[in-house]
Design a binder for this molecule. Structure first.
Ligand SMILES: [Zn+2]
Length: 653
C-alpha cells in the first residue's frame, strides 16, 4: 500500500484472563501476536449490497473454526465495527454474544461462548448475521474501511490513523488479525447494472428471478490475512485481451468505461512486471492477477489490487505503483506479517521491488538513481517529518502512522544494502528461500534475519541490529591529506552521539589507485568508526556515488586538502573549510574561533556573485544554499582584517 497520513494511537492495556473451566481468548493488539487455541480456515459470507449507494449492507459471515486443543466451552472472538450484530449461531444453535470493550479500543470485538466442550481438531462453524451502514476509519483523510465515491463502493484493508489497523471489520465479521489466514467464498447481491470485483476467481453471476438484481460469487483457494480482503461494486467493465503469465493465470482489470483507454495503456506492462518478479522471487503465487480502479489506494488486496484511478488515468506504462502492489503479492500476501509491528517486511520489499522494476526497464544506473532518491528523501525530508524511526516496531504516534514513509524509503535502501553485501545471486536465492519457507503463511522480522544469517558473511546479526531494529544513519566526514604518492582519504563517522556507530555499512568507493592510476570500483564494509585509503586524485574519488552501490549515509565532503607543510605557515586563526552536503542542497563553511573575517561572497569562475553574508567573530559556521546553481566550479571568497581566503568547490549533480 502507498499513501501518506498522520496518526494518533491509544495504548491499550491487555489483561490476561485464565479460568479453569472456560478459557477466555483475548484479542491481541494489532502489533502483537498471541497464540490462539483456534485457527480460522475459511470464511463463507453473503453480502446483500442492493442499496450499495447508501453503503447499507445486510450480511451473513460464516467462520469455519478449527480448535487446536481440547477445551471446555471456549469463547471465540470476532471483530465487527460500525455495524449491528443481529444474531450469532455456533453450528446450528443460536448463541449469546457479548461486546468486549468500546469502539475506541484497539481490540474492540465480540465474544461468543460455544457452551459445549470442543476437542482438538474439531471444526465448528460460527455464523454472524449483521446489518447497517458501512463506515471507515474516519478522520480528516480516511483510508481503511468502506467508501462510496465516483459511483463505486469499495473497501480498503488497512487504516493509516486507526488504532486497530486492519479495517476489514468495517464490512466483514471476522477475526481481523493478520496472523490468522483463511480461504474465502464471498457472495454479493447487487443490482443488475453493476458488477463486483473481489479476491480469487469469479465463479458465477446469476440473475435473481423477479428482481433486477444478480448474485455474484467469488472464491479464493489460497489463504489470505483479513486485511487483504476486498470488494468493489460499480458499473465496471473488464479490460480484455491481456496476455497470460508463465503460470497461465488470468489477468483481470476492473475499470469504469470512461477509463478504458487510459487504463489499457497504464496496465500494459503488468505481464512483464509479473515475469520480472517471477525471475527474482519465484513463481507468481496466486490464481489470478487482478486490479480494480478506485478513488483511493493503492492497496495490495490479494489477487485484486485497488489502484487509484488517478494512477490508471496517467497513461504511465512504467506504473511503479502497480509494480509496488504487484510485488506485495509475494511480500505481504503470500508471506504475511504475523502482526503489524513487522510491516516493514511488506513495505520495504515492495518499495525495493519498484527499484528492481526500474532496473529491469532502464538498467542498473536507473536502479541506483531510485535507491539514491529514496535515501536522500528519507534523510532530508521523511526523518524530519515523522521522526527518526526504526524499521521494526516503529512508533505509530503522530507525526508517524500505521505506515510511516520510513518503512518504505529507508526500508528499500536497507534491502538494497542487503543485496550489496550478499551479491545478487545469493541475495535473490535467499529471498526465494524465505518466500518458499513461509509461503501462504506468516513471518516475523526474525524469520527474515534467520534467512539472511548465512548469506551476509557473519554480518547479519549486527546489520539487523543497526539497520532494522536501530535508528538513524551514519554521517561521514571526509578529509584529504597530502601523502607522498597522492592524497590520503580519511573518513570518520560523526553521528555517534545521535545514532551510535554503524559497523556494517556497505560503502561503494570509486577512485584511481595511488600508484598504478587504475580505476578501482569496489565495495567496502565500513566496520569501524574510521576508514582510510590512498587515491591518485581526489577530484576523481567518489564515495557512495560510484557505479555499483548506494547506501543510507550522509557524506560531508571537504574541498580543501590539508597540507601539513603549508599549514605551518598559516596562522590557525585564518583557516576555514568548505563542505558540500551530500544532498547538494547546502554547502557549509566552518571557521576556527575567533573568526577574523567580516564578509563571505560566493562566486562562479566568471566572478558572478551568488550569495553573500556578513561575518562576526562569533560566526563559526555558515550554511550556503545551493538551490538554482548549475554544475561547475565555484569560489567562497572570505575577507576581513586585511586578510583574504579563497575556497574553491565543485558542484556536479
Ligand atoms: Zn505497499
Amino acid at each position: 500500500m502507498r499513501n501518506i497520513t498522520i496518526s494518533v494511537i491509544t495504548i491499550a492495556l491487555v489483561t490476561f484472563l485464565m479460568a479453569e473451566l472456560a478459557v477466555a481468548q483475548n484479542v491481541p493488539l494489532p502489533t502483537r501476536f498471541d497464540n490462539q487455541p483456534f485457527d480460522i480456515e475459511h470464511y463463507t459470507a453473503t453480502l446483500d449490497l442492493t442499496e450499495y449507494k447508501t453503503k447499507f449492507v445486510t450480511a451473513e459471515s460464516k467462520m469455519f473454526v478449527r480448535w487446536n486443543s481440547d477445551l471446555t466451552a471456549p469463547t471465540f472472538p470476532f471483530h465487527l465495527r460500525g455495524l449491528t450484530v443481529d444474531s450469532v449461531f455456533v453450528n446450528n444453535s443460536r448463541t449469546a454474544f457479548e461486546q468486549i470493550g468500546t469502539p475506541a479500543s484497539d481490540t474492540f470485538h465480540y465474544e461468543v461462548t460455544t457452551t459445549k466442550p470442543v476437542s482438538k481438531n474439531q471444526l465448528d462453524s460460527i455464523t454472524v448475521f449483521y446489518h447497517g451502514v458501512m463506515t471507515n476509519e474516519g478522520g480528516t483523510s480516511p483510508w481503511g474501511g468502506v467508501h462510496y465515491e465516483d459511483e463505486t463502493l469499495y473497501a480498503l484493508g488497512v487504516g493509516f490513523n486507526n488504532n486497530y489497523v486492519s479495517a476489514t471489520q468495517h464490512w466483514l465479521a471476522c477475526y481481523d488479525h493478520p496472523s490468522d489466514k483463511a480461504t474465502t467464498d464471498f457472495t454479493f447481491i447487487v443490482p443488475n447494472d453493476v458488477v463486483v470485483a473481489s479476491n480469487g476467481l469469479l465463479k458465477s453471476t446469476t440473475a435473481i428471478p423477479t428482481t433486477n438484481q444478480h448474485r455474484i460469487v467469488w472464491q479464493m483457494s489460497n489463504p489470505a490475512s483479513t486485511y487483504l480482503l476486498t470488494f468493489a461494486v460499480g458499473p465496471y467493465t473488464t479490460l480484455a485481451g491481456n496476455t497470460k503469465s508463465n503460470q497461465n493465470v488470468p489477468y483481470e482489470y476492473y475499470v469504469l468505461p470512461r477509463d478504458t483507454v487510459s487504463s489499457k495503456i497504464s496496465y500494459s506492462l503488468v505481464p512483464i512486471m509479473v515475469r520480472t518478479f517471477e525471475q527474482l522471487y519465484g513463481d507468481y503465487p496466486f490464481e489470478k492477477v487482478g486490479y480494480v480502479n478506485t478513488q483511493r489506494g493503492a492497496m495490495e488486496h490479494q489477487t485484486m489490487i485497488s489502484l487509484p484511478v488517478s494512477v490508471a488515468q496517467r497513461k504511465d506504462t512504467v506504473n511503479s505503483t502497480a509494480a509496488h502492489e504487484l510485488a506485495h503479492q509475494w511480500f505481504g500476501d503470500c508471506v504475511s506479517p504475523v502482526d503489524f509491528s513487522h510491516a516493514w517486511l511488506t513495505e520495504a520489499f515492495a518499495t525495493y521491488s519498484e527499484q528492481a522494476w526500474a532496473e529491469h526497464l532502464f538498467g542498473h544506473e536507473q536502479y541506483l538513481k531510485t535507491v539514491e532518491t529514496n535515501a536522500r528523501t528519507y534523510i532530508n525530508r521523511t526523518s524530519k517529518n515523522e521522526g527518526v524511526l526504526p524499521l521494526y516496531d516503529f512508533s505509530r504516534i503522530a507525526p508517524s502512522s500505521n505506515y510511516p514513509q520510513t518503512i518504505y524509503q529507508k526500508g528499500a535502501v536497507v534491502v538494497a544494502m542487503m543485496r550489496a553485501i550478499c551479491g545478487d545471486e545469493v541475495f535473490y536465492a535467499t529471498l526465494q528461500k524465505y518466500l518458499q519457507e513461509h509461503a501462504y503463511g506468516t513471518a516475523t522480522t526474525d524469520d527474515m534475519y534467520q534467512a539472511f544469517k548465512g548469506a551476509m558473511g557473519g554480518l547479519a546479526e549486527k546489520f539487523f541490529q543497526e539497520w532494522v531494529y536501530g535508528r538513524g544513519w551514519p554521517v561521514l566526514k571526509v578529509e584529504y591529506w597530502e601523502g607522498f604518492a597522492g592524497p590520503i582519504v580519511f573518513i570518520t563517522q560523526t553521528q555517534q552521539d545521535k545514532f551510535g556507530s554503524f559497523h556494517t555499512l556497505p560503502l561503494g568507493l570509486r577512485y584511481n589507485h595511488h600508484i598504478t592510476g587504475k580505476l578501482i570500483d569496489t565495495l567496502v564494509i565500513m566496520s569501524s568508526d574510521t576508514l582510510m585509503f590512498s587515491a591518485a586524485d581526489i577530484t576523481k574519488t567518489y564515495i557512495n556515488v560510484g557505479s555499483s552501490y548506494r547506501s543510507l549515509v550522509e557524506i560531508l565532503y571537504p574541498t580543501t586538502v590539508h597540507d601539513d607543510n603549508a599549514d605551518a605557515d598559516i596562522a590557525d586563526s585564518t583557516r576555514a573549510t568548505v563542505y558540500v552536503d551530500d544532498s547538494k542542497n547546502n554547502a557549509k563553511v566552518e571557521f576556527v574561533t575567533p573568526n577574523i573575517y567580516s564578509e563571505l561572497i560566493v562566486t562562479d569562475s566568471t566572478g558572478r556573485v551568488y550569495w553573500r553574508s556578513a561575518l562576526t567573530p562569533e560566526t563559526l559556521q555558515i550554511v550556503i544554499p545551493l538551490g538554482g546553481m548549475a554544475n561547475g566550479a565555484y569560489y567562497v571568497n572570505i575577507t576581513g582584517n586585511g586578510k583574504s581566503l579563497t575556497l574553491p568547490f565543485m558542484l556536479s549533480f
